[in-house]
Write a protein that binds this ligand. Structure first.
Ligand code: ADP
Ligand code: MG
Length: 211
């Protein structure tokens, strides 16, 4: 489907479903290197997002309107490290998505803005075992695909695949940011929960675009 406002809303609803489906896995990952709240935090946040979408009196006109609703809702409901990080990501993404429909370069701009927001907020770089390790390869893959003239849906598909590979690649990393860094060497050998939720979010975007 075209990456229009209907797509954005379906993406967000699909995200809420996959986060709920993977709640227990995200909790287990966060239990291994954190405090075990990531799955419940994210489920609570996206459940609240869907309730807000359901309660809208006027339909959103631009993709950015949907992303802004996600941002403000996540900031007020998710808590922990992930709430402000994802909140900032969606807020920055919303600012470049004041459009009725995203083309390939606009998808890239949205992903770039999200990553910039996360880095501005959390000050992590790649290799520190955070969600940045999923977002960065996703942005790089999207830039390359868009540069080759890929369709917006194809840009999202390669971004999701790169985020999934990026999440897996956090397993051998030593955590040097966030709660997992308190574990030092014991953080090695576990997949980062935030990188995992990022991969789920981007896969939901790609699946919705491909439908
Ligand atoms: P908390 O650690 O406060 O319990 P969550 O469990 O909801 O928060 O989220 C943890 C995730 O947040 C981590 O798996 C990691 O991906 C991400 N994270 C933590 N600190 C940072 C940071 N400084 N920059 C980017 N991502 C971070
Ligand atoms: Mg946690």
């Amino acid at each position: 489907m075209a990456l229009d406002v209907a797509w954005a809303q379906t993406w967000v609803r699909r995200t809420a479903e996959v986060i709920a489906e993977n709640r227990d896995e995200l909790i287990e990952l966060d239990r291994q290197i954190g405090d075990g709240d990531h799955g419940e935090n994210m489920k609570r946040g996206f459940t609240a997002v869907v309730a807000k979408l359901d309660g809208l009196e006027a339909p959103p006109e631009q993709v950015g309107d949907v992303l802004k609703l996600v941002a403000t809702t996540l900031m007020s409901t998710v808590g922990g490290a992930a709430g402000p990080l994802y909140g900032t990501a969606y807020l920055r993404a919303a600012k470049v998505a004041g459009l009725a429909e995203l083309d390939g370069p606009a998808v890239v701009a949205v992903l770039e803005a999200a990553l910039e927001g996360i880095v501005a907020r959390g000050k992590a770089t790649t290799g520190e075992k955070t969600m940045v390790d999923a977002w960065t390869p996703a942005v790089n893959a999207a830039q390359e695909a868009s540069g080759n003239g890929s369709s917006p849906a194809a840009v999202l598909d390669v971004a999701a695949a790169a985020a999934e590979a990026g999440a897996t690649a956090t397993i051998p990393m030593l955590a040097t940011k966030g709660r997992a860094s308190y574990l030092g060497e014991r953080s090695i050998g576990h997949q980062d929960p935030g990188a995992t939720s990022t991969a789920l979010i981007l896969r939901a975007a790609a699946d919705t675009a491909a439908a």
